[in-house]
Design a protein around this ligand. Sequence first.
Ligand code: NAP
Length: 488
Amino acid sequence: MTTESTPTNLRFLIIGAGMSGILSAIKLREAGIDNFAIYEKADRLGGTWRENEYAGVACDVPSHLYSYSFSPNPEWTHRFSPGAEIQAYFEEVARGYGVDSLIQYGKEITRCEYRDGRWRIEMTDGSSDEGDFVIAATGVLHHPAYPDIEGLESFGGTTFHSARWNHDESLKGKRVGLIGTGSTAIQIVSALIDEVGELSVFQRTPQWVLPVENTAYSEDEKAEFRKNPAAMREIRDEIARQFVDGFANILGDVKSPLLELIHTTCEANLNDNVRDPELKEKLRPDYRAACKRLIMSEDFYDAIQKPNAKVVVEGIERIEESGVRTSDGQLHELDVLILATGFRVDRFMRPMEVVGRGGKTLEDAWDNGPIAYLAISIPDFPNLFMLNGPNGPVGNFSLIDVAELQFSYIMQLVDRVRSGSCKELSVSQDAMDRFDEERKKAAKTTIWASGCKSWYLDADGVPAAWPWTFDRFRQEMEGPRLEDYEVK
Ligand code: NAP
């Protein structure tokens, strides 16, 4: 399908119908733009929240903050609401704004090429489209990382990744093995412990756990939110300020006293709440709190101390038909093995083949790892803008706020083209190099570089996330510095 466009009728191709894709469609319509398509590879919207249906899935950003600013939700049941509620929220918002019916499902883009001033996309079903702008709303953590462990395929029981939860498999009374101790695994432990027969957690690295209570909103509070949306907005602003000042702004400063406070709070949580001294030491990390993604949980230590829970710290040697063999020679017999082993965080738009100006491929551009100016633009990929692309404040703040800020910034670039003052914009190579150099320099003093391994680090061990304060990100998003762009 090809639709002609003029400077006032430019066509947008939105790739992905998760949080950012839905946002893009709503905001384009708000700007009076109807000439767009939203392509989604799956058969349902929701992105992360569609894909992650594991036991205990919830968001560790407070729900009233993890909502679109323009669509507050009085019905959140908890301070940190479960994944299914978040999925239902996105479905409801998409329906409410009339963008759900615009999503074209089962459309996986395989190729996206800039030719003669326009983007042409091809899909797995043989269809194609053309547009002036591409909004890559393709998400961050969505390609499951499967561990490279000998014999994984020889396991005789059921195996699945946390992001590919097997709902047909009842875990009741079973001997369950869980590989990983990231945010996902910790939530799974709390959710499953009372259901399974035995839970063996294979821990390669212990985690600091910040005790954060997950209170439920009362019916009275929800009624007040329904009656008085301003109260919800106030709560959102208040949570946002606390989150920014108490967390997002300090991650870039390893010496921050607030980071020290988070560390001592985590330490006290471990010391005060884990009784068995041997288990306590198994669970004690040897790095600073928040170096890895900080775990927030009110009940993990309770769950892991139940008689049917076991923390296995000996390394996994191999997986056999009946279970996991560890380096001490022990065989841990299992019925089910869950891989909470995270995601391939360097994928972004890939495996889509993206070809920019002069035949430059994304693989070429990202030869040394994914980078993007302000997590939005890449040199020689004109009029292609990412939401929550590489080097953004992932892990610092609500990705919804990040996407909203980025979208209004992108619209200011788009308006240059709409007004006829230029045809294409992409960050200049100079500005990209400068940004990357400054980012890497700033990354050295972030908490993520304080001596641990995590998915925040790139292949060279440099933190890839936004290293400055969130306030600085907000400021950058106020308006593009056009001198940083190659404008044609
Ligand atoms: P993750 O943080 O990357 O954790 C993966 C876990 O698997 C780690 O404990 C890792 O050990 C372990 N692992 C990987 N390969 C292994 C192997 N071969 N042998 C043994 N252990 C292995 O992944 P995640 O827990 O899915 O979380 C990813 C991100 O998703 C989070 O950091 C967060 O940003 C997001 N998330 C958010 C929420 C939320 O509440 N908002 C919930 C879940 C996830 P090492 O630590 O030793 O590498």
